[in-house]
Every structure is written in C-alpha cells, then in structure tokens.
Design a protein around this ligand. Structure first.
Ligand SMILES: O=C[C@H](O)COP(=O)(O)O
Length: 278
C-alpha cells in the first residue's frame, strides 16, 4: 500500500497579502482543493494507494463538506495539542491549542506531527531560554502522537536531520524514532523522512542512494514501518522515488517552485500520476 500525503502548510494566504494562494477565495479554499482532486483520485485503487490532505484548521469544514460519497480523500489537520479533553479533567480550556478531541469532532481522520516547521517552532521557544534540547522536543511530539492515536486518528510522523546534524544522522533520527514512538501503537503511524538540509531554494536535493540508506535504517529501527519521502515528492523526483523499494509514498507540498509558486491541484494530480505510473 502506497501513501500520498499533502501538506498544505499556509498555502491559503492570498498572493496580495504575500502568500501563494492564487487558486480560490479563502472561504472556498478547502472545498476547491477537494472538489478539484477527488474525482481523479478515484481512478486509483484504494487497495493500492491512500490519499490524505493536511489542511489549516479554518478549512476543515469546507474540505469535509466537499467530500462526495466514496471520496478517497482523507481530511487531516496540521497538529494536535499534547494534552486532550477528558471527563472529570480538562473540559476544553485550551486557548490556541488543538486538542485531538476537537480535531476528531471536526472530521479529521489523520494528522501530521513533527514536521520540521513544527520542530523549529518548538526549538525556537527553547532557544528563547538559551536551551537546546532535542529530547524535550521529541517527548512533546510523542505526547501529541499518543493524543491523536487515542482518538483513533492516523498519524504522519515526520523525522529528519538538519545540515549541522548530518554527521550524527543515526543518533538524530534514532532519537526522533525512539522517543517519538515510545509506547505508540505503530499500526496507526506512517513515517515521513524529510532531509531538512536539502529542502528549499538553492539546496542540493538528497539523492537516491542517500534516501535508500535512510529508509533502510528507519525500517530496521521500526520493525518495518511504512516510510514516505517528505523532502517532498515533486515532478522532478517522482520517478526516482518510485524506484526505491523501501519508500512507500510521498509527502507533497508546493507543486510549483518557479514563477507563481504555490499549490495547484492539477499539478498535484500530475505528480501523483508520475509517481504511481513510473
Ligand atoms: O512538507 C513538505 C516539505 O516541507 C517540503 O515542502 P516543499 O516541497 O514545499 O518544499
């Protein structure tokens, strides 16, 4: 079974406000994305591949409501809080947080946790106190994963090493896996590998040999969990990634990297076609 994930980050911000959204009005954005992909995605066998899309919270209802019967689109959110609502305990006092109970009630089947942008945010808070502590970050992410899984949500757990961690990649990824997945029901989790050092303009993309080495390491460490490439999956690397047996899919984000950069549904479908038909 392959897995194709879509990280929509904050690609909803209109271009006139400095963002990359040129496809739909903010109020219609979630609906627009589901409506312009689900019929084409129905052409793939659900036994062969699953599709999940991680929306910013404000688009969840619009995205869920746009789903037709037998839609292959799984709607997901971009994080859950480490603590959750519980009878007799916290009834919902979570200003700015996203308890898993709320995300589940809003229609989310799945969630992305530990993306390098989330890890950077947590590291930035620690840095304000002059602290560097990856163990604390991985422990918080572990709580988030458990919170989501306890509510029956599937999790895409992102791991990856930064440029200054390249020499210690085994220790870095090992800690992310060991602490992040501690006491977690692994059947609910897929791993996304993001070589953080290779993401972004001007960076050298990770090659096939390197990605193969890492995916073998992850499979060994996790007793064969599914792993997708999160660097991310795009037109340029779809065929290469499809040729790596240890890679079980991809995480798509931007679909256009030059000119009017952004996320465009027709280009997303083209990337999937290139990957699935390679
Ligand atoms: O979530 C995916 C990775 O951050 C890669 O994103 P990108 O393909 O938009 O650079």
């Amino acid at each position: 079974m392959k897995h194709i994930y879509l990280n929509l980050k904050r690609f909803d911000v209109p271009a006139e406000l400095g963002g990359v959204n040129r496809i739909a009005d903010m109020k219609e954005w979630g609906k627009y994305i589901v409506e312009n992909t689900q019929e084409e995605l129905k052409k793939y066998s659900p036994e062969e591949v699953e599709f999940a899309m991680f929306f910013p919270e404000i688009h969840l209802f619009s995205a869920c409501q746009a789903k037709t019967e037998n839609s292959p689109v799984q709607v997901g959110c971009q994080g859950v809080f480490r603590d959750d609502v519980a009878p007799g305990k916290n009834f919902g006092a979570f200003t700015t947080g996203r308890p898993a109970a709320a995300m589940k009630a809003a229609g989310c089947e799945t969630v992305i946790i530990g993306h390098c942008e989330e890890r950077n945010n947590l590291a930035g808070i620690l840095a304000e106190a002059g602290v560097v502590n990856t163990k604390a970050i991985n422990t918080i992410l572990n709580k988030e994963i458990k919170s989501a899984v306890d509510r029956g949500m599937k999790v895409l757990y992102c791991i990856g090493e930064k440029s200054e961690e390249l020499e210690q990649w085994q220790e870095v990824l090992g800690e992310q896996l060991e602490l992040g997945l501690k006491d977690v029901d692994k059947s609910m989790v897929t791993i996304a590998y993001e070589p953080v050092w290779s993401i972004g303009p001007g960076k050298t993309p990770a090659g096939k040999e390197y990605i193969t080495k890492i995916s073998k390491f992850v499979k060994e460490k996790t007793e064969g969990m599914d792993i997708v490439y999160g660097g991310g999956l795009k037109q340029d690397n779809a065929a290469m990634l499809a040729s790596i047996p240890e890679i079980d899919g991809g995480l798509i984000a931007l679909t256009r990297f030059q000119g009017e950069i952004g996320y465009y549904p027709e280009e997303y479908l083209e990337i999937i076609s290139l990957y699935m038909n390679a």
